[in-house]
Every structure is written in structure tokens, then in C-alpha cells.
Design a protein around this ligand. Structure first.
Ligand SMILES: [Zn+2]
Ligand SMILES: [Zn+2]
Length: 105
């Protein structure tokens, strides 16, 4: 028998990524350790309340926000971002500082 009695559950680490649903306002942490590089991961994100894909992801570490779903069609009057090559992400999977995650300038 241990004499140690935990009165409260151990504090969990504060989630780094959160989302807010633009349809219903639902806000929840995202189960990511780092910004996902793969578009399929981003495309699969849905609101946990109304299942809407129209959510805004927020990175508490970099204060970056990314609107999802990200545009799949190239805007005709905009230019490809030379920093990230239109992915909107740096090689570290962070939001590209040049185009702010849009992939185009
Ligand atoms: Zn929602
Ligand atoms: Zn960029």
C-alpha cells in the first residue's frame, strides 16, 4: 500500500492546437503534436459538434491560425509562394511566414 494519495488527477499538458468551428462556434483541442504535413490529415478535420469542415485551427505556440478547408483550387490572380512552394507549410510543418499558410501571395 502506498501512502501517497493523489487528491487530484495529474495535470495534463495543455494542448498546443485548438480549433474553432465557424459554423457552430464549437471549440476544442486538436490531438496533434505538431502541425500535420499531410493535406489528407487537414482535409479530414471536422468539427466534433456539427461535423462541419469549416473550422479555424489555432497553434498556441506560434499563434498561427489556419482556416480549413484550405483552398484546393489555385486562385488565378495570386502567385505561388516561393518560400513554401504553395504548401503553406515550412519544412518543419509550421505555417509558412511568407504566405501565412495560404500557399499563395
Ligand atoms: Zn461545428
Ligand atoms: Zn508560403
Amino acid at each position: 500500500m502506498s501512502a501517497l494519495v493523489l487528491r487530484f488527477p495529474a495535470p495534463e499538458p495543455t494542448p498546443r492546437f485548438w480549433y474553432r468551428c465557424r459554423d457552430c462556434g464549437h471549440s476544442r483541442p486538436l490531438p496533434w503534436r505538431a502541425w500535420p504535413c499531410r493535406e489528407t490529415t487537414l482535409a479530414a478535420v471536422r468539427c466534433g459538434s456539427c461535423a462541419s469542415p469549416r473550422i479555424t485551427a489555432h497553434d498556441t505556440a506560434t499563434r498561427a491560425t489556419v482556416r480549413l478547408p484550405r483552398p484546393l483550387v489555385v486562385p488565378p490572380v495570386r502567385y505561388r509562394c516561393g518560400d513554401c512552394g504553395t504548401t503553406g507549410l515550412t519544412s518543419d510543418c509550421l505555417t509558412c511566414p511568407a504566405c501565412l499558410g495560404a500557399g499563395f501571395i
